[in-house]
Ligand binder design. Structure first.
Ligand code: ADP
Ligand code: MG
Length: 676
């Protein structure tokens, strides 16, 4: 059993300031800290020629100082800079607040510089590169150095020290029976945790990862099995017949439904009149038209005199659904409202009151809809969009808003059938495998960096033709500040390269919700023609006038995520284009990208991806955005996922009582609660 509640303040070396910083990462206890895993391990790479340096890709160069280090002071920040070169080219380097470099780096001397090149102030450079002499570098290159996800103000070094202390404090007695551990050849939990932070060797690290990934999946399935126990008993309290008015609704839509959409609605109709409550997943590729299917289900519920609620993962998406639902359902005199984190207090009070009285028939929102204060008079249906973004616990909290309401979850994540059977065993599944006929398939091109000017010119031409475009910037996982800078500076360079009539704006994750909404509103109104962002744009956004998706550093994303991003275009009548710009000349990267370049079918891509990567791909690109397990990847670790699923089944048969084990309670905030 695990004692989860030693506050981080009790860890040696952690003061008030670090405590606050850790809280920003969601870390409040020693146990949570030890489950904050390195995002990767640095092995110092062999230096490459300066001419092969690429933006966004960490590398080392062995180069000499062309001139002495130059130092200037701007707004009290001391900035050191210099130019270094090897036989193939030169690169600008710059450091902030490290004045001693002026004396320690000698003109003419050769050093090894390691960092992530960025494109700034019109040129490629490295900021804050590490500097080492060759002999020290060779030493370092032997060990794996953990690199943690950070937040501004918190250093990797601080975190590393804190981990050492925390590991000694947490009780790591193993919840897994010895027999299970032996059967699946799993390392004990304690040593695995230690190894994941401070690897002794790549082999041991591999074993440790296996154990921790197993735990993530195991907890996930154990908690699902708790949900399932409960759900198996749920009777249908809300018989919802569909009558002529449903036919009128369908006939009144601005388009005719696809066959697949009709079948999905038919599945729901059948569930609504069954003996047990509906528990259905509607899985359909991006753009397959899941929203209208949800609207039909919701409309049916309202006609039968009940309420329905829909939860979406972001404010932008919630508002978009709200507007769509109003255009679909306002004509029928139905009252729909929107509740999000930025709803004003007075407005919120009114909404809560009208929800409890039953006046509001449809409530759409973000996590705000599962807050304690929200009550319904008769909630018969809860709908979750892009459900993989929510935790099991949130799904559970949502269901509790009613008395065994019908449950509908919608997901665009293309999960191959083989995996889906394991992952979604508690849900009935409908697959919408057809796109609206009016739609032209997106045209793809996979290109190298040298194509960038041509790509930018293409954006300009599309804008001149009245269309709009998305640009996805290289992902910088390092920290929020870097991410912000990279998106903003990319947007600035792009704007400078295009005529002033083309308006470019940036959208980033850390922006306040209201700012994001303003930026989105301007884009929706075509006041902005090009939206530069990180992957915040990936989920569900519907802007039919956008015809180009340009993805920088496409080789660094998983295929599933690239497919999601591409799904943002090709939604209107005009021909759309997706440009995958790749900085990698590796055969493997090219092969992966060519899969997506040749297919627009999400399920097919997922299958291909799985085949190509095979299970257990150690340093493979994580399918971030698919399932938010900390380490586990449902594609790359399909084999471990199967083991965990089998182990849960096996232990259930043995009569193992998951409900009494704290590690599996649905309230446990770590691990699986962040998944699905
Ligand atoms: P997703 O399945 O990705 O959530 P949406 O529900 O957002 O897709 O639908 C994408 C777009 O396609 C929307 O603009 C929607 O109005 C439109 N649409 C949905 N169904 C059809 C259809 N049968 N024919 C034409 N357009 C449709
Ligand atoms: Mg959608």
């Amino acid at each position: 059993m695990r004692q989860a509640s030693i506050p981080v303040r009790e860890i040696k070396g952690i003061g008030e300031k670090t405590e606050k910083l850790l809280a920003r990462l969601g870390i409040r206890t020693a146990d949570q800290l030890t489950h904050h895993y390195p995002r990767c391990y640095i092995t110092y790479p062999d230096p490459i020629p300066v001419s092969e340096v690429r933006t966004g890709i960490r590398c080392s160069i062995e180069a000499s100082l062309d001139s002495p280090v130059h130092m200037r002071t701007t707004r009290r920040v001391k900035i050191c800079s210099c130019l270094v070169k090897d036989g193939t080219g030169s690169l600008f380097l710059r450091w902030f607040n490290m004045p001693y470099l002026r004396n320690s780096l000698q003109q003419g001397e050769t050093y090894i510089f390691t960092g992530i090149p960025v494109f700034k102030d019109g040129r490629m450079m490295m900021e804050q590169p590490e500097v080492m002499k060759k002999d020290k570098y060779t030493d370092q290159a032997q060990t794996l150095q953990p690199v943690y996800p950070l937040t501004a103000g918190l250093s990797n070094r601080t975190l590393r020290k804190a981990q050492k202390e925390a590991l000694d404090m947490v009780d790591t007695g193993d919840y897994l029976p010895e027999s299970v551990r032996a059967y699946y050849d799993l390392m004990p939990e304690g040593p695995a945790l230690r190894e994941i932070h401070f690897p002794v060797s790549p082999d041991r690290l591999d074993q440790a990862r296996k154990r921790i990934i197993f735990d993530e999946f195991f907890r996930f399935f154990a908690s699902l099995s708790l949900v399932r126990d409960r759900e198996e008993k749920a009777l249908n309290h809300y018989m919802i017949p569909f009558d002529d008015r449903m036919e009128a609704f369908v006939a009144g839509l601005p388009f005719s439904l696809t066959e697949a959409q009709r079948e999905a609605i038919e599945d729901i109709r059948r569930d609504f009149s069954g003996t047990t409550a509906m528990n259905r997943l509607v899985q359909g590729d991006v753009g397959s038209g899941k929203t209208v299917v949800a609207a039909a289900a919701i409309y049916g519920v309202v006609l039968a005199g009940h309420q329905a609620a829909l939860m979406a993962p972001t404010e932008v998406l919630a508002r978009q659904h709200y507007e769509t639902f109003r255009t679909f359902l306002d004509p029928y005199g139905i009252k729909t409202d929107l509740l999000t984190g930025s709803t004003r207090a007075a407005e919120k009070r009114r909404i809560l009151q009208e929800c409890a009285s039953g006046e509001i028939q449809i409530l759409i929102g973000t996590h705000a809809v599962i807050e304690k204060a929200v009550f319904f008079k008769s909630l018969a249906l809860v709908v979750t969009d892009e459900q993989h973004r929510f935790g099991v616990r949130q799904r559970e909290a949502f269901m509790k808003k009613g008395q065994d309401p019908h449950v509908l979850v919608m997901s665009a994540t293309p999960i191959p059938r083989t995996l889906g059977i394991i992952l979604y065993r508690d849900l009935d599944v409908t697959i919408i495998d057809q796109l609206p006929a009016s739609r032209l398939p997106v045209k793809n091109s996979v290109v190298g960096q040298s194509y960038r000017p041509a790509a930018w010119h293409f954006l300009e031409k599309q804008a001149a033709a009245g269309h709009q475009a998305f640009v996805i910037c290289p992902m910088i996982e390092e920290n929020e500040k870097l991410e912000l800078e990279s998106v903003n500076s990319y947007a600035a360079s792009l704007a400078a390269a295009l005529p002033p009539s083309v308006h470019v704006e940036a959208l980033t994750g850390p922006m306040p919700a209201a700012r994001k909404q303003e930026v989105m509103d301007r884009f929706l109104a075509n006041q902005t023609q090009i939206l530069v962002s990180t992957t915040v744009i990936e989920v569900g956004i519907d802007v039919p006038n956008a015809t180009v998706m340009l993805i920088e550093n496409a080789d660094r994303f998983g295929l599933a995520q690239l497919h999601q991003l591409r799904g943002r275009v090709g939604r209107g009548r005009a021909q759309s284009y997706c440009i995958f710009l790749s900085a990698s000349d590796k055969e493997e990267a090219r092969e992966r990208l060519s899969i997506i370049g040749h297919s627009n079918n999400g399920f097919e891509i997922a299958e291909e991806d799985l085949k190509l990567r095979g299970p257990g791909d150690f340093f493979g690109t994580r399918q971030s955005g698919t399932m938010n397990f900390a380490l586990g990847d449902i594609y790359a670790n399909a084999d471990i996922m199967k083991m965990a699923s089998d182990a849960v089944d096996h232990l259930r048969e043995e009569g193992y009582d998951f409900a009494s084990e704290p590690a599996f309670s649905l309230d446990q905030s770590l691990g699986f609660a962040r998944s699905i």
